[in-house]
Design a protein around this ligand. Structure first.
Ligand code: ZN
Length: 75
């Protein structure tokens, strides 16, 4: 398969991504995927039980998704 900028490539989650950059040695490509990806999960202190001590307060997970994420993929 020939790689070129503008061509398609699979992102790490298996979506169809678009190649936006290829390294000179053609060992790394940057592919931008239009689908949403989980960027990170942040923990926030829940507001539900304020009576508990700080250590025991429930933590809620908030997921952050991003579209058009660019992946650097070693090939
Ligand atoms: Zn993707």
């Amino acid at each position: 398969m020939e790689l070129k900028v503008g061509g398609s490539f699979k992102c790490p989650e298996g979506h169809k991504a678009k190649i936006v950059w290829i390294s000179e040695d053609k060992k790394v490509v940057a592919a931008r995927c239009p689908r949403e990806h989980l960027k990170k999960v942040v923990k926030v202190i829940g507001q539900t039980k304020p009576a508990l001590s700080y250590r025991d307060q429930p933590r809620e997970e908030r997921k952050i998704y991003v579209k058009n994420m660019v992946f650097l993929i070693r090939i």
